[in-house]
Design a protein around this ligand. Structure first.
Ligand code: ZN
Length: 162
């Protein structure tokens, strides 16, 4: 695991983020920025506006991920923030909330766990979108959840196969 994340500031200067910094008790910057896809193909998950994105990721952790963690124990984030390029590579929808630092995909071991998480979030938390996602090829499920401060949270619940 790399400890620092390099990025370019607006003036073009190189800067670093401490990946071990905690956003909440159980979620670090690394968990919200790392990407297995990037590691595999050697791409940088480019972050141009950490001063905007990191606070959004922190809010998502505070409002959704941390309460879920308190309820169920370890929560694995498959994908948090995505650069536009990474979003394209993984086939995310254009204008994905992942690119805004407002969404996370959460690992679930099976359908029952998926339903448990969804029910808890719907009954206890505020969220913008909650999407039950399924990979058609592998049959694997994961849970997409987002939280926004740009407009009212819509509490939309959707299903998506891809
Ligand atoms: Zn997602």
């Amino acid at each position: 695991m790399e400890n620092y994340f390099e990025y370019l500031e607006n003036n073009g200067a190189k800067a670093e983020l401490n990946m071990q910094e905690h956003l909440t008790d159980h979620f670090t910057v690394w968990e919200m920025l790392h990407s297995n896809t990037c590691d595999r193909i050697g791409m940088l998950n480019r972050l141009d506006e950490p001063e905007v994105i990191i606070p959004r990721l922190r809010t998502l952790c505070q409002q959704v991920l941390e309460p879920l963690r308190q309820q169920y124990g370890k929560i694995i984030v498959i994908s948090g923030y995505r650069s536009d390029c990474l979003n394209y590579v993984v086939g995310g929808v254009p204008n994905s909330q992942h690119c805004l630092g407002e969404a996370a995909d959460i690992y679930v071991s099976d359908y029952d766990e998926l339903k448990q998480y969804m029910t808890f979030i719907q009954q206890n938390l505020t969220f913008d979108q909650l999407i039950m996602e399924r990979n058609k090829k592998t049959g694997n499920y994961w849970l997409h959840v987002s939280y926004t401060k740009r407009h009212e949270n819509r509490r939309q619940v959707l299903k998506l196969e891809r």
